[in-house]
Design a protein around this ligand. Structure first.
Ligand SMILES: Cc1ncc(COP(=O)(O)O)c(C=O)c1O
Length: 502
């Protein structure tokens, strides 16, 4: 069997290579030979995730034609890439991209540190905000009042409390997506939802198409479930989903599931438009792929022009028959991650299988927390709390953007209209080295490769909208200090960060 899971055409690769900025040769240095420039260009595209790992490259002759260079140049570039571990080939199967073993730092999920362990560190590791009080306290008080009848039951509800299932179904119906309670399962966060989905659909060796980059912990969850990740590169900037690429990957790799975050994608913040959503659903349906749409960020629109009515229709709105899309939702980003409440919307038979799949992991989600979310939904407290949440995220985003632009003018990013994250190209520096240096100067920042498959996105870091005001400014100052350490290659002790009180 071929080792590649998607393909990049000659014209497409030529376009990507031509869009790379020329890296000027330093004074007194000779321009490297053409094959070296080409090999470096392809290597960078792989490390930045613009060409996925395990993507078949065009034949030498085709690429030579598209680039107007000699075939010898392409052959020498491919040979150099093979020697460096960025390309693998087999006679008859072609050549496909790879990342050498031991390259950068291992891609892993994110490990939230307990707040008590942070000390003077500014934590940009987690894209989750504190609870929007007083709504958490009110919701828990409301839940306590609703608790007595449940206290007389055994308390295990593997599909979720009937009242909350009905309420979530009603909210989908109000968004124009008719939904019955039997189509809803309440889970322990969106992570619990995706874990059950992986159990059911993406066991060992199954292919799962994922955006590249994508949310680090879901990638890690899928890896640990034994799935083979098939990365589909996101387009540059905020335009997100390149539908030709998606159609091609789904057709060629025929993955069991495809996982997408169409609403304020984590980490890029991109928002899929209705045309992209429709085409994603169509492509998944034709390939026989289950499309998992993660709506965790969907209520976090931050810009004035956006509101609930202006948001694109949910991905499942393009699958009214309910045969292709499974939707995952969560209270973690819009309200508070500490509740650990998420949910799945799917066809009733899929929900029944998911309930069976999750039963051996956690038997159900805590009743009190479900009652708290149900209280928020049924009293209108949810909408008021989410408005507070949006205001805070917007303020943080704007403070962070201003501070990073001032302290690190060479870092590039686009400001998303919503979500909780800024995806930043770190001025040619290694994101992994920046993360290491950040730990030494008092800022915890996740490096790009955590959001990629097999070491891609080495030149990126992700910054969340979790700090504002003076803390955002100090965070940018520390990131600039980390960047200087990386640039100068300094190792060894640095002055401990001063304690920072916001
Ligand atoms: C896209 C996405 N999905 C899922 C999660 C995890 O959500 P939960 O806390 O509900 O498990 C996150 C958290 O950052 C996320 O960004």
């Amino acid at each position: 069997m071929a080792q590649w899971t998607s393909a990049v055409g000659a014209a497409q690769l030529a376009r990507l290579l031509n869009s790379q900025q020329d890296r000027p040769a330093g004074p007194g240095t000779r321009r490297p030979p053409a094959y070296r420039v080409l090999a470096d260009g392809i290597r960078l595209l792989v490390l930045e995730g613009r060409v996925p790992v395990a993507a078949r490259l065009p034949a030498e002759r085709e690429l030579a034609l598209s680039l107007s260079v000699s075939r010898t140049t392409v052959a020498a570039a491919y040979e150099a890439l093979r020697a460096e571990g960025f390309l693998e080939s087999r006679r008859g199967a072609g050549s496909w991209t790879a990342v050498p073993a031991g390259n950068p730092l291992p891609a892993r999920g994110l490990e939230p540190l307990p707040p008590e362990a942070l000390g003077s560190m500014i934590d940009l590791g987690c894209a989750a905000l504190p609870a929007p009080e007083p709504w958490l306290t009110r919701a828990v008080q409301g839940a306590l009042e609703e608790l007595p009848p449940y206290a007389h039951t055994h308390g295990d509800y593997p599909a979720g409390l009937p009242a909350l299932r009905a309420m979530i179904a009603e909210r989908y119906t109000a968004r124009g997506i008719p939904t019955m309670p039997e189509q809803i399962m309440v889970t322990t966060g969106a992570m619990g939802a995706i874990d059950a989905i992986c159990h059911l659909f993406a066991g060992r060796g199954e292919r799962v198409a994922v955006e590249s980059p994508s949310y680090a912990n879901i990638l890690q969850l899928m890896r640990e479930a034994g799935a083979r990740l098939v990365p589909v590169a996101m387009a540059e900037g905020l335009s997100g989903w390149d539908m030709d690429r998606w159609r091609q990957v789904l057709r060629e790799a025929a993955p069991r599931i495809a996982y997408v975050v169409a609403d304020f994608h984590n980490p890029t913040g991109a928002l899929a438009d209705e045309d992209q959503r429709r085409r994603l659903v169509d492509a998944a349906r034709s390939a026989g792929t289950v499309l998992v749409a993660d709506e965790t960020m969907s209520e976090l629109w931050l810009d004035d022009g956006l509101d609930g009515a202006a948001m694109p229709r949910p991905v499942c709105g393009f699958d009214l028959a309910g045969s292709t899309v499974i939707t995952v939702g969560s209270a973690s980003k819009a309200f508070w991650a500490g509740l650990r409440i998420g949910w799945v919307r799917a066809a009733p038979d899929v929900i029944r299988s998911l309930v069976a799949a999750r039963a051996y992991a956690d038997l159900g989600t805590p009743v009190l927390e479900q009652l708290a979310v149900n209280w928020l939904f049924s009293t209108g407290g949810w909408e008021q709390a989410v408005q507070l949440r949006r205001a805070q995220a917007r303020e943080n985003r704007d403070a962070l953007v201003t501070a990073v632009r001032r302290e690190l003018p060479g870092w590039e990013f686009e400001v998303p209209q919503g979500g909780l994250t800024l995806w930043v190209r770190a001025g040619g520096l290694s994101g992994s080295r920046l993360a290491e240096a950040g730990e030494r100067v008092g800022v915890r920042v996740p490096s790009g490769p955590r959001f990629g498959v097999d070491g891609a996105f080495e030149g990126y870091v992700r910054l969340p909208f979790t700090v504002g005001g003076a803390v955002a400014e100090e965070a940018a100052v520390r990131l600039a200090a980390a960047a200087r350490l990386v640039e100068t290659g300094a190792t060894g002790a640095v002055e401990a960060p001063r304690t920072f009180v916001a």
